[in-house]
Design a binder for this molecule. Structure first.
Ligand code: ACO
Length: 321
């Protein structure tokens, strides 16, 4: 028994913030941002628009593509670092908005690796017969935990949501998932305060993302190359047999480094970081959705998903689409 992606959906808020807009907010330049990250613009949620709002839209589109009735959904997992409320979970809020009642619904927090973690968990539910049709969503409003006065971080992130419907299938789908974490790197990338650890001194800095970008960059490049190659090896798949890399979209240089290790042609990598920036757990399902809907990714092709994020957490999924 496999779990197989039967539908994808994505949603981006209307408002676009360009690098030129950021030039007016902090001391930066379009050239610096593009050269170091590949980012040109990002979407920002409107006032009052929440993670659940974005997630609901992505979920509806994924369910429509899968051609399923809402009553078929028997598991909802939402990967997010920016929940609407401390509780109930964003998954419960989305469940209610989709008029689905009774099935398990929970949030999963693994920052930028959140979607890969959520896919891995949903895959186990389906393989063990605990669920038959799961809604797996990555949704974020990172703009709410961004310090808009800190040029080291504010140029990097954006808001959005992506979703997939994962169904039990006799046909090959998710071939394997690999998830990891190492908490020793906590302070290289974190939000210093939270519901249980209140801000002590600088309110804005402690409620928003803080990152030692250069150090994160080095660990990310090495870790992602390793997890990508290990995943192919674990499945006895050669690099030439891979059709697509659908990476977490944090930085074009990190994406290219992994693609080079896999000896992929540039056109085999799905890139959205230029238009979306880093949307954390939403970035992979948004990229997947874009390439599925524009016809690049076809049924039967082999995809490698990979991500790295705060924690540190990292992971991959090898998929027969
Ligand atoms: N505009 C202009 N200058 C800037 C900006 C900015 N927005 N931000 C930093 N600088 C300056 C720094 O102050 C520094 O100046 P100094 O030399 O006078 O001190 C200089 O640029 C170089 O800074 P570095 O941090 O060394 O620049 P680097 O080449 O490492 O690029 C970046 C920074 C883009 C953050 C890079 O390290 C990176 O992408 N790291 C990965 C982090 C990441 O993607 N995190 C997201 C979550 S984890 C993940 O998803 C992978």
């Amino acid at each position: 028994m496999y779990s197989r992606i039967s539908g994808t959906g994505g949603y981006l808020p209307e408002k676009i913030l360009t690098n030129f807009d950021l030039e007016k907010m902090v001391e930066t330049s379009d050239e610096w941002i593009r050269e170091r990250t590949g980012i040109e613009e990002r979407h920002i949620a409107a006032d009052g628009q929440t993670t659940a709002d974005l997630g609901v839209e992505a979920a509806k589109l994924a369910m429509e593509m899968a051609g399923i009735d809402k009553n078929s959904i028997d598991l909802i997992i939402v990967a997010t670092t920016t929940p609407d409320k401390t509780f109930p979970s964003t998954a419960c809020l989305i469940q209610q908005r989709l008029d689905i009642h009774g099935c398990p619904a929970f949030d999963l927090q693994a920052v930028c690796t959140g979607f890969v973690y959520a896919l891995s968990v949903a895959d186990q539910f389906i393989k063990t017969g605990m669920a038959k049709c799961a809604l797996v969503i990555g949704s974020e409003t990172l703009s709410r935990i961004t310090n808009w006065q800190d040029r080291n971080t504010c140029v990097l992130f954006g808001d959005g949501a992506g979703a997939v419907v994962l169904e039990a299938s006799e046909e090959a789908g998710i071939l394997s998932t690999h998830i990891h974490a190492d908490g020793q790197y906590e302070e290289l990338l974190h939000v210093p305060s939270g519901p249980s650890k209140l801000p002590q001194t600088d309110e804005i800095a402690e409620r928003t993302m803080s990152m030692r970008g250069n150090e994160v960059f080095k660990v990310a490049v090495n870790t992602l190359s390793k997890v990508a190659l290990d995943t192919l090896k674990a499945n006895d798949i050669e690099r030439e047999d891979l059709d697509w890399l659908v990476p977490h979209q944090a930085n074009m240089r990190i994406i290219s480094a992994t693609a080079r290790k896999l000896k992929l042609r540039p056109e085999q990598t799905v890139v959205t970081v230029n238009k979306h920036a880093n949307t954390s757990s939403a970035s992979i399902p948004l990229a997947l959705n874009e390439a599925v809907r524009d016809g690049r990714i076809q049924r039967g092709e082999t995809l490698l998903l990979e991500a790295f994020g705060g924690g540190f957490t990292w992971g991959s999924a090898l998929i027969k689409f």
